[in-house]
Design a binder for this molecule. Structure first.
Ligand SMILES: Nc1ncnc2c1ncn2[C@@H]1O[C@H](COP(=O)(O)OP(=O)(O)O)[C@@H](O)[C@H]1O
Ligand SMILES: [Mg+2]
Length: 506
């Protein structure tokens, strides 16, 4: 039997090209997946996606039709639950599998008795049961008859039974489906503890918030196929729903992309203060990251953005951009270094409405088109037309004045202008204010595209939905201070609202 190269992983259990069918139903198709020690790995998917089938293959309740299963890197052929238990692979099943007429103790030690034969006494079993209860802080009356217990208590019996073996991997299949919320919380804590003690956890649940909260990794299954495995922090409720159904849920918002947070930040703000506007602001922004800046109007968001952009001077604190500390605060330098700003008010800060599109877009970038004989007009036109195509600005002629465009298209014009400079950081201040839903969608796509090509985006918005819809991470400002930093599933309307209304510490 083969050996899987596990040099770079701590995979305890792995499947390669695993297939399992029930009659005509393909429950699992060419599945490649691995489960690591110390890691909570959740399986999500709609009903019938193949989650339980995968769990049961690990537990020896099903056998593979084809493909390989590896434990500790060695290929294994498991055909019974006893084999799995002997390898330390145990489970809490969707359908509780207890002996209702027997005691808690009997059920806990069932099939896991350490010493067989006539010397097994009830007393020894009872002590074994009590030991496990003690170790994991889950207590039940050892002599109670399981059939008389509540569902939550019965589940505890199952968990204790699983723990009463040298469990290295525990499959939890819909463990909280029948639990009250406080019991579910306790279960989450237990699962965490088990993982911290080194066990591999396979966690199956259709509660996505729960999954996002407790998992290290999430695998998404659809119709027997593994769609993807991601770090939990890379997923959101929406991304999971989208992945599970294969349909786009929030068609308004593009898919959020993963951010490589281990690279150096592109922007580092340290203790930045400007009297009467914002105070002691520190944060980092990474390559390709969309960082939302939420808060009430007047909380200091725009003021902060303008200082970063070099419009205004801070009283104290530092800004490091592309590993260079800003010394002079002026917009020309910022642009040269790779910043771009799409300002809040199109009319007063953005466009010269009485001037042609062409001019509005290329004016700050004329250097690009400079030649020995002045501006290379045809090159300028070419590039502007190309960029307008990319940003889907709807216009008749690039010679038309900007004022003849719709609000949404004017806004796209500002993005086009920003994109011309290939900035490393795009600051977008209320980019969709006053535009229709179609233009909104287009603008979200533009922002997403910027992040896709590795540009970082600082998005200031008063629309919470928008912040939630496109940010990888959110800073909430209240009275000039950062009152919360939210990421992944923490980014909720409630959390943002709470932080926005929080009294600042000044
Ligand atoms: N023992 C079985 N006999 C026949 N079909 C099964 C059996 N177990 C699962 N299936 C089928 O395999 C598919 C995957 O089921 P399952 O793994 O239980 O999905 P999930 O746990 O994701 O809801 C479903 O179509 C289901 O009906
Ligand atoms: Mg299931």
């Amino acid at each position: 039997m083969g050996r899987l190269d596990t040099k770079n992983t701590k995979a305890l259990v792995a499947f390669k090209e695993a297939n399992k069918s029930f009659g005509a139903t393909k429950a699992l198709i060419n599945c490649n997946i691995s489960f690591k020690l110390g890691c909570i790995h959740s399986l999500v998917g709609e009903n019938g996606a193949g989650k339980s089938t995968l769990g049961k293959l690990i537990l020896g309740a099903h056998t593979l039709d084809s493909g390989q299963m590896y434990v500790d890197g060695d290929e294994v052929a498991i055909s019974s639950p006893v084999q799995s238990v002997n390898l330390g692979l145990v489970g809490i099943s969707q359908e509780l599998s207890l002996l209702a007429s027997r005691s808690v103790t009997d059920n806990i030690v069932m099939g896991r008795e350490k010493n067989f034969g006539p010397f097994v006494s009830d007393k020894v079993n009872r002590e074994t049961a009590l030991d496990v209860m003690e170790k994991y802080d889950i207590f039940l009356e050892p002599d109670a008859i399981v059939g008389t217990l509540s569902v939550a208590e019965q589940q505890k019996v199952e968990i204790l039974r699983a723990l009463n073996s040298e469990a290295r991997l525990i499959v939890f299949d819909e463990p909280t489906a029948r639990l009250a919320s406080h019991e579910a919380e306790k279960l989450h804590l237990l699962v965490r503890t088990l993982a911290e003690n080194g066990a591999a956890i396979v966690y199956i649940s259709h509660f996505l918030e729960e999954v996002l909260k407790i998992s290290d990794e999430i695998s998404l299954l659809r119709n027997g196929e593994l769609i993807r495995t991601n770090k939990s922090s890379y997923e959101t409720k929406n991304s999971l729903i989208e992945g599970m159904t294969g349909k786009e849920q929030g068609t308004l918002y593009p898919k959020k992309l993963a951010v490589k947070r281990f690279e150096d930040p592109i922007l580092k703000v340290e203790n930045l203060t400007r009297k009467g506007e914002f105070k002691d602001i520190s944060f980092e922004l990474y390559k390709g990251e969309i960082l939302g800046l939420a808060g009430l109007v007047g909380s200091g968001r725009s003021e902060l953005a303008h200082t970063i952009y070099g419009d205004t001077m801070p009283d104290s604190g530092d800004i490091t951009f592309c590993e260079e500390k800003l010394t002079s605060y002026d917009v020309a330098t910022s642009i040269k270094m790779g910043m771009a700003l799409v300002p809040e008010s199109r009319r007063s800060q953005g466009l010269i409405l009485s001037r042609p599109l062409l001019e509005n877009i290329s004016l700050p970038h004329l250097k690009k088109f400079a030649s020995l004989f002045g501006v290379n007009k045809s090159k300028e036109r070419q590039e502007v037309i190309l960029k307008c195509e990319q940003t889907k600005v709807k216009y008749r002629s690039i010679e038309d004045e900007a004022e003849y465009l719709s609000g949404g298209n004017q806004q796209k014009l500002l993005f086009t202008r920003a994109a011309m400079g290939k900035p490393k950081l795009l600051i977008a201040d209320e980019p969709t204010r006053g535009v229709d839903i179609g233009a909104k969608r287009a603008i979200y796509e533009l922002i997403s595209k910027r992040s896709e090509v590795g540009e970082s985006v600082l998005l200031i918005s008063s629309e919470i939905e928008e912040i939630i819809g496109i940010s990888n991470r959110v800073l909430v400002m209240s009275r000039g201070s950062i009152s919360a930093e939210l990421r992944g599933s923490e980014i909720t309307k409630k959390a943002i609202m709470e932080a926005a209304f929080r009294e600042g510490n000044q």
